[in-house]
Design a protein around this ligand. Structure first.
Ligand SMILES: Nc1ncnc2c1ncn2[C@@H]1O[C@H](COP(=O)(O)OP(=O)(O)OP(=O)(O)O)[C@@H](O)[C@H]1O
Ligand SMILES: [Mg+2]
Length: 381
C-alpha cells in the first residue's frame, strides 16, 4: 500500500483522495485549517502552513510518504526540491511544482521552448508597469507573478487604470517579490484546458479539450468536449507535450490555452488536476483524479473515453460558518445531474462550495440551471 502525503486539501484533493483510496492508498491530507474537504475522506490529516519550510519538512519526515502530491500552489517548493534530491518522490516532479508556482518562471520556459504566448513583460513598480503597458498596447491584463484563482488580477483599459491595477496586484500577491506580469489582452473565441497525462511506462495522453468560462479569474462553468479544428488541437497538444516533457515526472497537468480565430496561444498550466476538469467526474470513463492516481502509481491507462458533460460552480455570497444548502433537491431532481458538496466549514464571498455536474445533450445549460437553484446559507459572522 502506497502512502501519499497530500499538500492541500480542497475539493480537487478530496476527489483525488477518493480515487487513491479506491486503489488502496493510505492518504495523509494536509492544509492550513481543520475540516478541509480532502481531510474528510483521508486516513489522517495534518494542519499546518505549507509555506512554513520547517513544518513541511517535519511532516514529510514524520510520515515517510512514498509519494508527495501537491494539490495547491502555495507551498514552500524549495523544500520539495531539496526533498527530491534526498530521494523522495514529488508528484509530478519538484521541478514542475517549482516552475509553475511563479508565472514568470513558466512563461520564460514557454518562450525558451518556442511556445506561442501572449505578448508580455514584467514590472516591479507602477512606473515600469506604465511603460510596459504602453509598449504592449491597451487593454492589458496585469497579474502578480505569484498568485492563483485570479487574485490581484485586473485588466487596464487605459493608462488611467495602471495605478489601480498595480495596487490591486500588490494587495493580491503572495510571497515577497513585488513583481507583476503584464500581458496583451487576447480577444479569444474560447479558452480551453487540455488535460495532459504523463505516464511512467507509456506515451503522454491527452483528454478531449475542456472549454470554460471565467469570471474574476475563477472558472464558472466548463464543458467537455470543446470542439476544435484538427490543426488547433494538434497545435495545443504539441505545445502541451513540449512544456510537460520539459517539466518532467508523471501525473496529470492542466494546460490552459486561448483560441482565437487564427491560432492557439499558451497561457499557463497546473502540474495537478485542474478545477475546470471537475467535469471529467461525469464526462470521462476515468476522471482527471483517477488518471492522476493511475499515472503516479505507475498503473496503465489503456483508454480514455468521453461523453458530453458540463460542470457549474456554486459560490458562497458572504462570510459565514457552518454553511447549509437549499435547492439541492430541486437540482438533483433533474435527470443526469449530480451535485458534489465540498463540505468546507466556512464561507466567504465567491468561495466555491459545490459543483453541479450534468451529462448528455445541453449539459452546459442544464448544469448551470441546476447550479442556480442551489443557495449557500450561513449564519454570518
Ligand atoms: N492575456 C489575457 N487575455 C485575455 N484574458 C486573459 C488573459 N490572461 C488571463 N485572462 C483571463 O483570466 C483568466 C485567469 O487567468 P490565469 O489563468 O492566468 O490566472 P489564474 O486563473 O489566477 O491562475 P490559476 O489558474 O493558477 O488559478 C483566464 O482563464 C482568462 O479567462
Ligand atoms: Mg488559470
Amino acid at each position: 500500500m502506497k502512502k501519499i502525503l497530500l499538500l492541500g486539501s480542497g475539493e480537487l484533493g478530496k476527489e483525488f483522495v477518493i480515487s487513491a483510496k479506491r486503489l488502496g492508498c493510505h492518504v495523509v491530507a494536509c492544509d492550513s485549517y481543520t475540516g478541509a474537504p480532502a481531510m474528510q475522506v483521508a486516513d489522517e490529516s495534518e494542519v499546518f502552513s505549507m509555506l512554513d519550510a520547517a513544518k513541511l519538512r517535519e511532516a514529510v519526515e514524520r510520515h515517510q510518504p512514498d509519494l508527495i502530491v501537491p494539490e495547491i500552489e502555495a507551498i514552500r517548493t524549495e523544500v520539495l526540491v531539496e526533498m527530491e534530491k534526498e530521494g523522495r518522490n514529488v508528484v509530478p516532479s519538484a521541478r514542475a511544482v517549482n516552475m509553475t508556482m511563479n508565472r514568470d518562471r513558466i512563461r520564460d520556459l514557454a518562450v525558451d521552448l518556442g511556445v506561442r504566448t501572449a505578448r508580455f513583460a514584467y514590472a516591479e513598480s507602477a512606473e515600469q508597469l506604465m511603460g510596459e503597458a504602453k509598449a504592449i498596447g491597451f487593454p492589458v491584463v496585469i497579474k502578480p507573478v505569484m498568485s492563483s484563482s485570479g487574485k490581484g488580477q485586473s485588466v487596464a483599459q487605459t493608462a488611467d487604470d495602471i495605478q489601480n491595477s498595480w495596487e490591486y496586484a500588490c494587495a493580491g500577491m503572495r510571497g515577497d517579490r513585488q513583481r507583476v506580469i503584464v500581458e496583451e489582452f487576447i480577444k479569444f473565441d474560447y479558452e480551453i484546458t487540455l488535460l495532459t497525462v504523463k505516464q511512467k511506462n507509456g506515451p503522454t495522453l491527452f483528454c478531449d479539450p475542456i472549454g470554460h468560462v471565467q469570471e474574476r479569474g475563477d472558472y464558472q462553468y466548463s464543458w467537455q468536449p470543446q470542439p476544435m479544428i484538427d490543426k488547433f488541437r494538434q497545435d495545443a497538444e504539441t505545445m502541451a507535450k513540449a512544456v510537460t516533457d520539459d517539466l518532467g515526472g508523471v501525473g496529470i497537468f492542466g494546460v490552459e490555452f486561448f483560441v482565437t480565430k487564427d491560432e492557439v496561444i499558451f497561457s499557463e498550466l497546473s502540474p495537478r488536476p485542474h478545477d475546470t476538469g471537475m467535469v471529467t467526474l461525469v464526462s470521462q470513463n476515468l476522471s482527471e483524479f483517477d488518471l492522476h492516481a493511475r499515472a503516479i502509481l505507475g498503473l496503465p491507462i489503456p483508454n480514455i473515453t468521453v461523453t458530453e458533460g458540463a460542470s457549474a460552480v456554486v459560490l458562497a455570497a458572504k462570510d459565514g460558518v457552518s454553511p447549509t444548502y437549499t435547492g439541492v433537491e430541486a437540482a438533483m431532481a433533474e435527470p443526469d445531474v449530480d451535485v458534489r458538496i465540498f463540505g468546507k466549514p466556512t464561507t466567504r464571498p465567491y468561495r466555491r462550495m459545490a459543483v453541479v455536474l450534468a451529462k448528455g445533450e445541453n449539459a452546459v445549460e442544464r448544469a448551470r440551471a441546476a447550479a442556480a437553484k442551489i443557495k449557500v446559507v450561513t449564519k454570518g459572522i
